[in-house]
Design a protein around this ligand. Structure first.
Ligand code: NDP
Length: 298
């Protein structure tokens, strides 16, 4: 059997960012509406700083209004929530993203609940989770929406396909499953208590792995020809003992990629797959929010 086609996140993300750039230009020209994204970073976690910088740079690159609020790690819950209130009221801001995780003892759930659901471009407000589960127009978490874009561009119509999502987190597993259901797939959500996970996975035409366990999904769990979307981002030591001894690490997915690509029909690499879609979808969500807040059709 031929090797799986690679689903290239870089190409799809670039394409999506270009679409967003054109749409922003059109909104500015036709409606005087410049979509605006506010990113809130609390503390100085190095990974969060990199993500926030990337979000700011990409939003400026597509012509959006972009602001980043950097707050000290010891900011009070009240001060943080008061900033959210100001952003909710700011007519130039259509998307609000609070970079997670927040440093202790800040209460993430309380902060997320304060964001206007119509500006919640991370899609993590319970109102948006409820809208998604009810099949209503929602702002949808970025990584799951990125998975769906990759699936549609790879497979076209998903109607009737058997989809298995491994993982049931609020951030990834659950929203991916809801989106697959909306796309008329027959969906199974598997998790740490699922019995005979390998057999469940083997039923999947579409297998989405969102577990957080390096290379857990084996090639023998994959139905020949299936499309595999690997959401996992796991740091592991290098195979090369010298590099490993030097403490060097690399990023791998939840799927045993090397073996899986001999069985799957199409597969996302890690890195270079789903992860690259997330920021591009964030930009798209900000455009969607700006349109809806201004009464324009999606
Ligand atoms: P969580 O830890 O919140 O959820 C993991 C899920 O996997 C849980 O539902 C858990 O089940 C399930 N699980 C854990 N172990 C097993 C097992 N042995 N068998 C079956 N299921 C298992 O992780 P997230 O959903 O937040 O993230 C998943 C992965 O995706 C991570 O690697 C993360 O880094 C990555 N990620 C990538 C993003 C991107 O590309 N931009 C964005 C977000 C996440 P249970 O509920 O029973 O505990």
């Amino acid at each position: 059997m031929a090797e799986a086609a690679l689903i290239d996140g870089k190409v799809h993300a670039e394409h999506l960012r270009e679409q967003v750039r054109l749409e922003v230009a059109k909104l500015v020209a036709e409606h005087g509406l410049q979509p605006g994204l506010a990113v809130v970073l609390v503390g100085d976690d190095p990974a969060s700083q990199i993500y926030v910088r990337s979000k700011g740079e990409h939003s400026l690159a597509v012509g959006m209004h972009s602001v980043t609020h950097r707050l000290p790690a010891d900011v009070s819950q009240e001060a943080l929530e008061s900033l959210i209130g100001e952003l909710n009221a700011d007519p130039l801001i259509h998307g609000i993203l609070v970079q997670l995780p927040l440093p202790a003892p800040l209460d993430e759930k309380s902060v997320l609940a304060k964001i206007n659901p119509d500006k919640d471009v991370d899609g993590l407000h319970v109102i948006n989770a409820g809208r998604l589960a009810s099949g209503l127009a929602a702002l949808t978490p970025c990584t799951p929406l990125g998975c769906m874009i990759l699936l549609r561009e790879t497979l076209g119509d998903l109607t009737g396909l058997r989809a298995v999502v491994v993982g049931r987190s609020v951030l990834v597993g659950r929203p991916v499953a809801q989106l697959l259901l909306q796309a008329d797939c027959t969906v199974t959500i598997a998790h740490s208590r699922t019995k005979d996970l390998a057999a469940v996975c083997r039923e999947a035409d579409i297998l989405v792995a969102a577990v957080g366990r390096p290379r857990m999904i084996k090639a023998s769990w994959i139905k020949p020809g299936a499309t595999v979307i690997d959401v996992g981002i796991n740091r592991v030591p290098f195979d090369d003992p010298e590099k490993a001894a030097a403490g060097k690490t690399k990023v791998v997915g939840d799927v045993d990629f090397k073996a899986a690509k001999a069985v799957a029909g199409a597969i996302t690499p890690v890195p270079g797959g789903v992860g690259l879609m997330t920021v591009a979808v964030l930009l798209q969500n900000t455009v969607t929010a700006a349109k809806r807040l201004n009464g324009l059709p999606d």
